[in-house]
Design a protein around this ligand. Sequence first.
Ligand code: ZN
Length: 97
Amino acid sequence: MFDGLLKIAPRCDVCGADFGQADVGDGASVFVMFIAGFLAVVLYLLVEVAFRPPWWVHLIIQIPFVPLVSIALLRPIKGMLFALQYSHDAQEARLDE
Ligand SMILES: [Zn+2]
């Protein structure tokens, strides 16, 4: 269903279903930002309370942590949103009815 890391393929590899009309846009990014931000704050607080390290230790931990968690979460969440949108045949709202 993916064509590359995050791009949705034009059609299903298995059954050939057309994925052209479904577009999740930036929807997954919002959830990933909330989840990764929450996890980063929890990690910061745990490290701070447990070890009381100097400030640069937090930098060394957080700079790789936030991008890795974000990249790890983007694909499954985007896939989930796409699957929900596709299976419910969701479309943009229109006012002409
Ligand atoms: Zn299929």
